[in-house]
Write a protein that binds this ligand. Structure first.
Ligand code: NAD
Length: 246
């Protein structure tokens, strides 16, 4: 399939994990991908793997100037934006008793403020063409109330509500906005925290057994980012082997 031929796509968090997997898939299906990540070298490596006019840009999504520089570059090089996948986030492991306001703000700055900055700038560019696909990364932790990440769960709850409101705001421009909510997925990020020890427990809750990998989430994202998903907006899709099925 070449669902993204001629499409320009921004993917945040594209240096590793699910962001990288999504960027590579969109690229493989014909998209020109702007890989954005605070890890600039990683973003460039992903873009290089895709080839063509794709490029990587060091971007801190929580910093207004950095986000502006990203979308200025996209506008200048391509004059349009068709697809935006907001993957970048901090996935922390912090016990409630140790959760400080500083830590709360550190995560909110990226996971929540960053999403606002990215969506604001991206949708401004999409509106010019009356076309757009925005896919935000939520988490099924908002349904499970996952321990040791209360601040993260709060930001992902925000993603869910914001997605619905943004779908309303942008529907008139034929821009769809949806959330995918993965379960526990084996990524570089997860491997750096104690969440990596939770796969056995999560497996017990899943309807389909096994360890979730980035490749298991990519097809849902690619579908929602595709032209044919035009009648789906404001939705949240659990991609978690049926862990949350209520
Ligand atoms: N892995 C999981 O189990 C899981 C489960 C549910 C939801 N999610 C969500 O899926 C998404 C991807 O998760 P992952 O495990 O692949 O992540 P990861 O930690 O492996 O990668 C995250 C990427 O985001 C980048 N990033 C962090 N802060 C940034 C910033 N300020 N600006 C730009 N880039 C920044 C990092 O450099 C990194 O490349 C996240 O939104 C996460 O919350 C993950």
């Amino acid at each position: 399939m070449n669902r993204f031929e001629g499409r320009v796509a921004v993917v945040s968090g594209a240096a590793q994990g699910m962001g990288k997997a999504v960027a590579l898939r969109l690229g493989a299906e014909g998209a020109t991908v702007i890989a954005a990540d605070i890890n600039g070298k990683g973003a460039e490596a992903t873009a290089k793997e895709i080839g063509g006019k794709s490029f990587g840009q060091q971007t801190d999504i929580g910093d207004p100037a950095s986000v502006k520089a990203l979308f200025d570059a996209v506008a200048q090089k391509f004059g349009k934006l068709d697809v935006q996948i907001n993957v970048a986030a901090i996935v922390p492991f912090v016990k409630w008793d140790e959760l400080t306001f500083e830590e709360w703000r550190r995560v909110a700055r990226v996971n929540f403020d960053g999403l606002f900055l990215m969506c604001k700038a991206g949708s401004d560019l999409m509106r010019k063409n009356n076309y757009g696909r925005i896919v935000n990364f939520g988490s099924n932790s908002v349904l499970a109330g996952t321990p040791n990440m209360a601040h993260y769960v709060a930001t992902k709850g925000g993603v869910l509500g914001f997605t619905r409101a943004l779908a309303t705001e942008l529907g008139g421009y034929k821009i769809t906005v949806n959330t995918v909510m993965p379960g526990l997925i084996d990524t570089e990020g997860v491997q750096t925290t104690a969440h990596k020890d939770a796969f056995g427990f999560v497996d017990m809750l899943q309807a389909i057994k096994g360890k979730g990998m980035p490749a298991d989430v990519v097809p849902a994202v690619a579908f929602l980012a595709s032209e044919e998903a035009h009648w789906i907006t404001g939705q949240a899709l659990n991609v978690d082997a049926g862990m949350a099925r209520w």
